[in-house]
Structures are given as C-alpha cells and as structure tokens.
Design a protein around this ligand. Structure first.
Ligand SMILES: C[S@@+](CC[C@H](N)C(=O)[O-])C[C@H]1O[C@@H](n2cnc3c(N)ncnc32)[C@H](O)[C@@H]1O
Length: 214
C-alpha cells in the first residue's frame, strides 16, 4: 500500500530548518500570540492542535494554561520527534498523535487550533479536515486558524516567490484567493470572522475564528 501523500512542514525544505525559517520569515510571535489571546484557553479544556508540526504552538499553549489538556496531531514523524523533544525539554505534558486532519475522530473537544496547515493541503483535504474538526468539537466548541489567507498587491508577489515555491501552487492558491473563510462556513461553523491580518515577507497570515453552533 502506498503511504498517503502530504506536504511536510517546510515543503521542499528540510524539516530540521523549519523552526528557524518560521521565526525569520513569518513574524511568528505576532500571530502565535494573537492565536493564544483569542483562544483564551481555560483549565481542564481539551484542545487539539491539528497539523501541529514541530509543536511550537502546542508548547506555548500548554505553558500558558498548564491545566488544559493539549493534543498535537500531525502526519510527519520527524516533526513529531522535534515536537516531543521541545515539550520534554520544558517538562510540558502534551499528547502527540500521528495522523491526518481529515481522520481526527469525534471526541467532544472544547477547541481546535491549526496554524499554517491549510495552505499545504489539497482542496478536498481542506474540506474534509474542516468537517472532521467540526465533528471533533463539542457543540459550542471553537476553532482558531492562523494561515496564509487572501494575498493582495505586494503580498501576492511575496507569497508567490516564497511559500508557493516551497509548497507549490495548487494547494496554496485557494488560500491566496481568500477561500478559507467560505470553506469554514461550508463545514457548518458559525460566527466565522477574520480577526487579524499579519503582513510578512512571505505573504499575509490571517487569523480566523469560528464556532460550532450549540
Ligand atoms: C507549515 S507546517 C505548520 C506547523 C505548525 N502548525 C506551526 O504552526 O508551526 C504544516 C504542518 O501540517 C502538516 N500536514 C500536512 N498535511 C496535513 C494533513 N492532511 N493533516 C494534518 N497535518 C498535515 C505537515 O506535516 C506540517 O507539519
């Protein structure tokens, strides 16, 4: 059986270089802190980080709210190895699962976060991932997505020269065309809002929040 295809953390680049690249090229702390603030995790909540990669956000989240149950999910073994080492180094108790966004099971989670994953997955997987996330949340649960969104003017050129070179055009262009909020709505989420747009040398990263109706 063929292994299921996916784009690894840095696309054509090396996973070992991922953390440095994200720090240098994406104004990482700006959008990660904004995610943390809008998520506003509470003690005992179960929160999934889908497409968690090397675990930077899951680690930030667990450090900020140690009484939350944080679960990082990603298909990439090398990324998960880096994530585990990061959590262990800071004595953060995070659960890591190897798997795809479209395969996450219904589990009554309070919240789901996902950063920089959607621009890397094919259109069918974007839709399937959002449906699986909807089903994985409890009624009233919330979702926070940070990803490359609509690219305008100079941002479209920068996005083309950087992210689209690393991750290809087919999967990234729907994001650049601003489709993500519509896909979130189509999956059944309500109160879908893009609350912030962070301009970077690799394009504009948008922050989307939404909730599963009660
Ligand atoms: C650009 S990285 C982002 C990692 C992390 N969320 C962050 O903020 O640094 C995208 C991640 O999505 C993962 N990924 C790719 N396709 C996926 C899929 N279908 N389901 C879940 N994760 C996927 C990759 O393995 C990679 O770790």
């Amino acid at each position: 059986m063929n292994a299921r295809a996916y784009t690894p953390p840095l696309g054509k680049g090396k996973t070992a270089d991922y953390d440095v690249a994200i720090r240098l090229w994406t104004r990482e702390m700006r959008w990660r802190r904004a995610m943390l603030n809008v998520l506003a995790a509470r003690p005992r909540e179960t929160i999934l980080d889908v497409g968690c990669g090397t675990g930077s956000f899951a680690a930030m989240l667990k450090a900020s709210e140690p009484a939350a149950r944080v679960i990082g999910i990603d298909p990439d073994e090398e990324a998960l190895t880096i994530a585990r080492a990061k959590a262990d180094a800071s004595a953060l108790d995070i659960a890591w699962e190897q798997g795809f966004a479209s395969d996450i099971d219904a589990r009554g989670a309070d919240a789901i976060v996902s950063s920089l994953m959607f621009h890397q997955v094919p259109m069918a997987e974007k839709r399937a991932a959002l449906s699986a996330m909807f089903a994985a949340l409890r009624p009233g649960g919330r979702i926070v997505i940070a990803d490359y969104g609509r690219q305008n003017g100079l941002m479209r050129i920068l996005f083309r020269l950087t992210i689209q070179r690393l991750d290809g055009v087919a999967d990234t262009q729907p994001n650049a065309d601003g489709l993500l909020p519509e896909l979130v709505k189509a999956a059944g989420f309500r109160k879908v809002r893009e609350i912030e747009r962070v301009h970077t040398v690799t394009g504009t990263v948008g922050l989307i929040v939404a909730s599963r109706p009660d």
